[in-house]
Design a binder for this molecule. Structure first.
Ligand SMILES: [Zn+2]
Length: 337
């Protein structure tokens, strides 16, 4: 069995400080361990989500992954903890706490975990400072949200961050969060089912049309949930680029379709036919096994649907292993036991 790496998983420290009390404002996430093995994630007094011990127990996670013949997990925080809305110094404090925890998990189990950090995107200088520190504590990349307080990733204030990411040679996972329109569609879990795929497409279009990918061709972007609705709607996006260049092509004259296959996307489509389409567009070297473990919308059988599709072994090996190693610029020998 060759190495299998899941590059999209979330982890949280078992204990979080009471940041609302410490900072004196806000509804920062804290954990209520109300019964063994379970905790309520609380936003101030408001219930956000119940999580289980596989969200924080690094040993349990390794055991659960062994059931699916998966040795390595790339771990990052849960997007609700990005806290981009916090005062910059407080955002930095939270980022440092979460990053130090992930670095420790990786140090404890270097053959099982690879870390992605979080940075306070609400302050460019502090974000770069923490990005640099992430590099020194062993992070292979960072995870960022699809928007920053509803600002798109094309905004010029982020330009120094892109330059720093490229200079430091860090990988980037773009993850949907703070979904557009979520206050207008609270029922039926629509922010997760409708908002998240749209958020990822919003981020991708912003990075392409804003010229970020054009100016920084060496940044290794990976987009969650197979790129959300971007790849399924690329025909419409390209058509818009051609028919209304006065609206679309104002900052970058390059056809958006040309960027497909230059970034990575994870494999979480939950659908064989869509997976085949994404594979045809991206190629196997630009799709990485990613599950969103341990959350219920994730591919919690860790790529079993891909194993059962009858794909060539070399394609599956790319998706399960080699693509992630290339995205993270790692050598397989760093992970072999
Ligand atoms: Zn996720």
């Amino acid at each position: 069995m060759s190495l299998k790496i899941d590059m999209h998983t979330h982890i949280i420290p078992k204990e979080l400080p009471d940041w609302s009390a410490r900072f004196g404002y806000g509804t920062f996430i804290h954990l209520d361990h109300h019964r063994p093995g379970y905790a309520r994630m609380m936003q101030g007094d408001k219930f956000f989500r119940e999580i289980e011990s596989n969200c924080w127990d690094e040993i349990l996670r390794i055991d659960e992954y062994a059931q699916y013949h998966t040795q390595v997990q790339v771990v990052c925080t849960i997007p609700v903890l990005f806290s981009y809305w916090a005062k910059p110094q407080d955002g930095l404090t939270i980022s440092r706490y979460l990053n130090d925890h992930i670095a420790e998990v990786v140090r404890n189990h270097p053959k099982h975990y690879i870390g992605l950090g979080t940075i306070p995107m609400q302050d460019t200088d502090l974000a770069i400072k923490e990005l640099e520190r992430c590099k020194t504590i062993g992070m292979k990349g960072i995870q960022i949200g699809s928007n920053v307080n509803q600002k798109n990733l094309s905004e010029s204030e982020f330009n120094p961050i892109w330059a720093a990411i490229e200079a430091l040679d860090m990988a980037v996972l773009v993850h949907p969060w703070e979904m557009m329109g979520q206050d207008d569609m609270k029922k039926y879990w629509l922010p997760w089912l409708v908002g998240m795929p749209a958020e990822t497409a919003r981020a991708m279009c912003s990075l392409i049309f804003g010229g970020v990918m054009e100016r920084h061709p060496n940044i290794r972007f990976n987009f969650a949930h197979a790129g959300g609705s971007f790849i399924p709607t690329i025909g419409r996006i390209e058509h818009g680029f051609h028919c209304r260049p006065d609206l679309v092509a104002i900052d970058n004259p390059v056809n958006p379709r040309e960027y497909i296959g230059k970034f990575w996307v994870d494999s979480a489509t939950h659908d064989d036919e869509l997976f085949k389409y994404v594979l045809a567009q991206q190629g196997s070297k630009k799709i990485t096994l990613g599950t969103d473990y341990p959350f219920p919308l994730g591919d919690l059988e860790v790529g079993k649907f891909i194993e059962e599709m009858g794909l060539e072994k070399s394609i599956v090996d790319d998706i399960f292993c080699h693509s992630t190693l290339e995205w993270l610029k790692m050598d397989i020998s760093e992970l072999m036991i």
